[in-house]
Ligand binder design. Structure first.
Ligand code: XMP
Length: 512
């Protein structure tokens, strides 16, 4: 395994992800507890992360001595390089000007980290983000790559198997970075690259048991993939000590709430409290048309109902959540400074502050595609694991204007025809999200010999990698016409269908 010593960089989790992608197990430990983690794991290599700190500050983070005493290979990244040089006898100074963003390095010499990747005299794109820089290498090191701002963009001490880079190989803006890190874990540390999700599952199960002991855990299900995967994993770890609560707001797509309930009760035999709160939510939404008011009401009502149920269950010590890594980083702004609230996102989040329980968050290190892989590993059905993202407030934000039971039912019918056609056409997995929006607009039509005056429906489908930006999906010719005909013929209350071509930005994915 690889131990990643975290000095507080925003992108430390990406190092772990790249190591996982290379098929090697890794754990992240904050520098404060890295010595214990080292003793427990006996890792075959150590990676030192970046940091917002400066090695020149008093009391700035240090590498635990055991790392250098043990003789394992070490790779320092950015701050990791600087702290390594400082502790091993080199010198670091305050940079007059830092390097931030895209940069080009020039390869000077062969290095095991460049195997199959880079050769001397070549120039390659990397991502830099540093103010301080190394001016004197520690004894034993030689420079193998330079950049305009750093004479020691990559340095190597092959005898001790110590390597360090000023750039960040873990981010996507260093296009060869993943292979560079794979070279470290495979060629330098000699790890075989056969680690899989099966081992992640086993390791997390051990962690959960250790954290929870004999305590009781309560888990809020949203009906989506993340909370379901978290719950199934936790159940595997602690069985009957887990209770799941599904606050069903009645604003799910057709059949999806039932799927979750039956998955838990029938396929996994996991105790589940199903709170059918459709009436409460619809009553609270009556007369509400303003999008933020809808969102705020749904978020607050959800928490109230969950809390009431948790009290009935009684005596839970831990609250489990399916928090993913993107949820963690989104809450800490990368650029600093407050960002404007475009939409108040509602998740099972917001609960911990209220409930005064310890958190169990086994998916905190994972990205969406990794959660899906873990879900498959746990035996969740493909149709469930591969589901498109669905917003916490559900159909309420896909019905501009007032939300009523009747409008929810109309939307559910139209939406299910749309998705059925997408699945039949084999397009589901090519799309990030597809859904219908029931507009508060009526239009005139003619059916048979009669005049109709009915609702307009908008269809939306987008491609995206992370939901932050998105493009409208281009359906093959004839597809939208077929869906439109089916919806107008089969769904009473809709007589016109449109397609939304707006990208994000300037639009958002959901309409509200
Ligand atoms: P927008 O509409 O902001 O959506 O472009 C980006 C992604 O987030 C989903 N979304 C939500 N997810 N709670 C969630 O869990 C919410 O309140 C929420 N609002 C939007 C949206 O479906 C898309 O995937």
């Amino acid at each position: 395994s690889i131990l990643i010593v975290d000095f507080g960089s925003q992108v430390t989790q990406l190092i772990a992800r790249r190591v996982r992608e290379a098929g090697v197990y890794s754990e992240i430990a904050p520098f404060t507890t890295a010595a214990e983690a080292f003793a427990r794991m006996q890792p075959k290599g150590v990676i030192l992360s970046g940091s917002p700190a400066s090695v020149l500050d008093d009391g700035s983070p240090r590498v635990p001595p055991v790392v250098f005493e043990s003789g394992v290979p070490v790779l320092g990244i950015c701050y990791g390089q600087q702290v390594m040089m400082q502790q091993l006898g080199g010198q670091v100074v305050l940079g007059e000007s830092g390097e931030f963003g895209q940069a080009f390095i020039e390869i000077q010499d062969d290095c095991v980290l460049f195997d199959g990747l880079w050769a001397p005299q070549e120039r390659h794109q990397v991502w830099m983000s540093h103010g301080d820089k190394v001016i004197d290498l520690a004894p034993g090191f030689r420079p193998v790559a330079v950049s305009p701002g750093s004479p020691f963009a990559v340095v190597a001490d092959d005898a001790r198997r110590y390597y360090a880079t000023q750039f960040h190989p873990e981010v996507v803006h260093t296009p060869d970075g993943a292979k560079f890190l794979a070279n470290f874990v495979r060629h330098v540390c000699g790890l075989s690259g056969e680690w899989t999700m099966a081992e992640f599952r086993a390791a997390k199960i051990a962690d959960i048991r250790k954290q929870v002991g004999k305590g009781r855990v309560i888990c809020g299900l949203s009906g989506g993939v993340d909370s379901a995967v978290a719950a199934v994993l936790i159940h595997e770890a602690i069985g009957e000590q887990l209770t799941c609560v599904f606050v069903d707001h009645g604003l799910m797509r057709s059949g999806e709430a039932d799927q979750v309930v039956s998955l838990f009760r029938n396929s996994y035999n996991i105790p589940l409290v199903h709170v059918n709160a459709e009436a409460t939510f619809l009553a609270g939404l009556a007369g509400v048309t303003e999008p933020e008011k809808k969102r705020k009401f749904i978020g607050a009502a959800f928490i109230d109902l969950f809390e009431a149920e948790a009290k009935k269950v009684g005596g839970a010590d831990f609250l489990a959540q399916g928090t993913l890594y993107p949820d963690v980083i989104e809450s800490v702004s990368f650029t600093g400074g407050p960002s404007v609230t475009i939409k108040s996102h509602h998740n099972v989040g917001g609960l911990p502050e209220r409930m005064n329980m310890q958190l169990v968050e086994p998916l905190r290190e994972l990205f969406k595609d990794e959660v899906r892989a873990l879900g498959r590993e746990l035996g969740l059905p493909e149709a469930f694991v591969g589901r498109h993202p669905f917003p916490g407030p559900g159909l309420a934000i896909r019905i501009p204007g007032e939300v009523t039971k009747e409008r929810c039912d109309i939307l559910r019918k139209a939406d299910s025809i749309y998705l059925e056609e997408i699945r039949t056409a084999g397009l589901y997995d090519a799309i990030w999200q597809a859904f219908a929006v029931l507009l508060p607009v009526r239009s005139v039509g003619v059916m048979g010999d009669g005049r109709t005056y009915d609702n307009v429906l908008a269809l939306r489908a987008v491609t995206s990698t992370d939901g932050m930006t998105a493009q409208a999906f281009e359906f093959p010719g004839g597809f939208l016409a077929r869906v439109s005909t089916r919806i107008v013929n089969e769904v009473r209350g809709i007589n016109r269908v449109t397609y939304d071509y707006t990208s994000k930005p300037p639009g958002t994915i959901e309409w509200e």
